[in-house]
Design a protein around this ligand. Structure first.
Ligand SMILES: Nc1nc2c(c(=O)[nH]1)N[C@H]1C(S)=C(S)[C@@H](COP(=O)(O)O)O[C@H]1N2
Ligand SMILES: [Mo]
Length: 262
């Protein structure tokens, strides 16, 4: 993966800070503008609060653009890992993932162990979206998979759960099977977003190994590196500070943003 363009993300950080500052100023100023009924009325009204919250939340809950079958890229680039070379993954791949189980654990009431048949029977969504890699390329593809939200509901998140971590089969730094796994994490807003799916199909076919078989995340409001391929286990956590370098993902640990919104 090449170096990140210098401009990426700076605008959003600036905007976020500016918004926080503006919000704080509005709230801190409530008393001082009390003499101005129009301003006070708006700021203190439910509508004013709603508007501010809506502006913040809308960016997170809106749907990513969806495309038509005619828009699907004839070739979809495969990037990063394209065939995890651990004994465990190769064993599963050689048997068409018949023995694969997705584990859902961590801060849940009922840990789950799901076969691909279980996942295919779960509430699903299909979507044609554009994948944007931070390296500067984009491809449009169709993805079908189990919606993450209902699966987390089935497992029953404990109240402390704030993030979900995706642990992958591919590893770096270490002998095969004993290295550091690729991982990523998202918050619960993205976890319950309707377009957030665990994809087992791409362009109407079984998900190819190069694109993350048997299961890969699609979190359509974020950049490509968040879309963990080769998912082995999902863990609900309160914080990711204790995991690896503490920034919530393989690329965030290397300086990329944790929230890679687009
Ligand atoms: N497990 C795993 N997931 C991963 C990666 C990886 O190397 N390993 N690369 C990421 C990056 S940078 C991108 S752009 C996409 C690429 O997905 P694709 O191969 O389907 O194009 O996967 C992301 N998810
Ligand atoms: Mo990427």
């Amino acid at each position: 993966m090449s170096k990140k363009p210098a401009s990426l993300g700076l605008d959003r950080r600036f905007v976020t800070r500016a918004m926080a500052a503006a919000g704080a100023a509005v709230l801190a100023g409530c008393e001082r503008v009390a003499e101005q009924p129009a301003i006070r009325g708006f700021v203190q009204s439910a509508e004013g609060l709603n508007l501010r919250l809506q502006r913040l939340l809308q960016n997170r809950t809106a749907l990513a653009q969806e495309f038509t079958p005619a828009d699907i890229s004839p070739v979809f680039k495969a990037n990063g890992e394209t065939y995890p070379s651990t004994p465990e993954y190769e064993h599963l791949a050689n048997r068409d993932f018949a023995e694969y189980r997705l584990e859902i654990g961590g801060l849940v009431e009922r840990p789950l162990s799901l076969s691909l048949a279980d996942l295919r029977a779960a509430p699903a969504r299909s979507q044609i979206t554009r994948h944007d890699c931070v390296e500067g390329w984009s491809c449009i593809g169709q993805w079908k998979g189990a919606r993450l939200g209902p699966l987390l509901q089935r497992a029953g998140l404990k109240p402390q759960a704030r993030y979900v971590v995706f642990w992958c089969f591919d590893e770096w730094d270490g002998p095969p099977g004993r290295g550091q796994p690729y991982y990523e994490s998202i918050d619960l807003i993205d976890a319950f977003h309707p377009q957030t799916i665990l994809a087992y199909e791409m362009n109407g076919e079984v998900l190819p190994i190069a694109h993350g078989a048997p299961l890969r995340l699609r979190v359509e409001r974020q950049l490509g590196y968040k879309m963990a391929k080769y998912i082995r286990r999902i863990e609900a956590v309160e914080s990711f500070a204790h995991i690896a370098d503490g920034r919530g993902g393989y690329w965030p640990d290397r300086g990329y943003e944790w929230y890679a919104g687009i």
